[in-house]
Design a binder for this molecule. Structure first.
Ligand code: ZN
Ligand code: ZN
Length: 213
């Protein structure tokens, strides 16, 4: 039972093909686990398609913008199909990216029993896997940009709520938190971070990924 979902801005950005690779990975992985977000993403794809076909928008656009809009269709990733649950812990998009399940990951200790593996690191965005032993806390921290944490196994809680398998926590600069893994089983998460993502208001939020404002 997933209670914490992706934001509209993330689904729109994914649909438009303008998210950093790390965010694409997390969105695809959550959507493969979540019927609700798969339906929302299909709706976003329809909005994006309608926008591209709107000749008024194309007429308004200068050359560079028109080229950007024309390119979006090529760049946009496919909506991940619901796939049968893959054997193991990682959903299929993550298994494809890692080249296997959690036993294929090159885990490194970061102290206190916590382990991590960096999957991709680029200026402005990174993705890593975290392994948190049962009952263990990750040192409290704030955020410079946006941090998304997707639970793959076990569960954790922090000052805001409780997060189980499939849940996404969306943290920003305003949040300072201390995630603690539930007792029982280790918590394995996919965490991605990025600085520039900021969205205010419905219209800019919908258009920003298309127009790269
Ligand atoms: Zn969802
Ligand atoms: Zn955090």
């Amino acid at each position: 039972m997933i209670r914490h979902h992706l934001s509209d801005a993330l689904l729109t950005g994914y649909s438009a093909g303008t998210l950093p690779e790390a965010f694409n990975l997390l969105v695809a992985t959550h959507v493969s686990m979540c019927d609700e977000c798969r339906v929302r993403l299909q709706a976003q794809d329809a909005v994006g398609g309608a926008l591209l076909e709107d000749s008024a928008v194309m007429a308004m656009a200068d050359g560079a913008l028109a080229a950007t809009l024309a390119r979006i269709g090529d760049d946009a990733p496919e909506t991940p199909a619901p796939r049968p649950a893959s054997p193991g812990i990682f959903p299929a998009p993550l298994q494809d990216y890692v080249g296997g399940d959690s036993d294929a990951v090159a885990w490194r200790s970061v102290g206190g029993g916590v382990r991590q593996a960096i999957l991709t690191q680029a200026p402005g965005s990174s993705a890593r896997l975290l392994y948190i032993p049962p009952g263990t806390a990750v040192p409290d921290h704030g955020h410079h940009g946006t941090e998304l944490t997707l639970v793959l196994q076990g569960a954790f809680h922090d000052e805001t709520d409780h997060f189980g398998r499939g849940d996404v926590e969306i943290a920003d600069e305003a949040l300072e938190h201390t995630p603690v893994a539930d007792t029982g089983s280790a918590c394995i998460c996919l965490a991605v971070t990025d600085a520039p993502l900021r969205f205010n208001g419905l219209i800019p939020r919908l258009l920003q990924p298309f127009l790269k404002i």
